[in-house]
Design a protein around this ligand. Sequence first.
Ligand code: GLA
Length: 376
Amino acid sequence: MNNQLNYIKARTLKQILLLSMLFNLVACNTTKQQSENNTAKEYLGLSHHYKAYFPIGVAVSPRALAGTQAELIRKNFVSMTPENVLKTGPIHPKEDTYNWEPADKIAAFAKANNMKLRGHALLWHNQTPDWLFVDDAGNEVSKEVLLQRLEKHITEVVTRYKNVIYAWDVVNEAISDKPDEFYRNSKWYQICGEEFITKAFEFARAADTDLQLFYNDYEVINPVKREKIYQMVTKLQADGVPIDGVGIQGHWSVFEPSEKVLKETIEQFTGLGLQVQITELDVSIYHKEHSAREKHEDDNDTFTADLKQKQIEQYDMIFRVFRENRDKLSSVTFWNVSDQYSWLDNFPVKNRKDYPLLFDQENKPKDAYWKVVDFD
Ligand code: GLA
């Protein structure tokens, strides 16, 4: 009887042991799976992982500085660029009217949170008010008058944010996209010729001798456009114009650039002894188009599993190249905070949803985020 009892006890113990081994095995597999999906890795924020590499920034509107997005910004970024409010139209809508409040708000947030602030942009052909180019009678002003207005604008804006902005995009997008045209045929160019570029840099330097001054443009990965930018910058340097760096905007896609082209693009400018910053990074799920167009039937807004995977791989490659070039890149900035809102939702196609950032529509890190931080 006793023997039988002992036998039953031993069998039950064995069964318990077996069960517990089985349980451990399952538990172990789940943890492994979790870590493969990265849910097991702690969410510490992008900048935590890139501390030893380069500051990571984000383009913001004053609206983003409250609630969930403000938390996301504090957790992930150590630098900001005002998306619109420092552009000439928004900040200087009339000759004697400055609209400082929105930019002041962003500057105060940067200071309060000990973040760097990039200025964008002192001179551009877009979001630029008409008053600059005409007199009271509506006639086009002379080059002298336009340059005087430019000097006043740059001096006022740079001086106001002297203690918080460390770098400015002084001239934005002055090079033409057309292969057979060098400078963009903007109002600035029509009235001043290429001199407006030199003057803008000189005025910015005169207003703040400590500022880092950048030329900023898109499609720098295009070899023809890149060569023009390279020639212009080389000439500016040869003429003693105070330029410190080139901003590569980085409005890219899951289909471009290739690793080879990205490396070449970064190296071409650092070869000139200039700083390079990535100033407006996003990775669209669509093929790149650079002009606005109507939405047509086959424009599909779905972020398919295949596109998600492509985006993960593209972000992985881009940040690997950035890390390899940490001695050449002095900052990387994303253009917008999360997929909740991106300018690409309305460009080039109005009302076509895009998903170009590392955070989803609920402001949570995407798998692409986990890939980008999965190296340290
Ligand atoms: C360009 C400009 C930015 C911004 C984006 C679109 O890249 O430099 O200021 O307007 O287009 O949001």
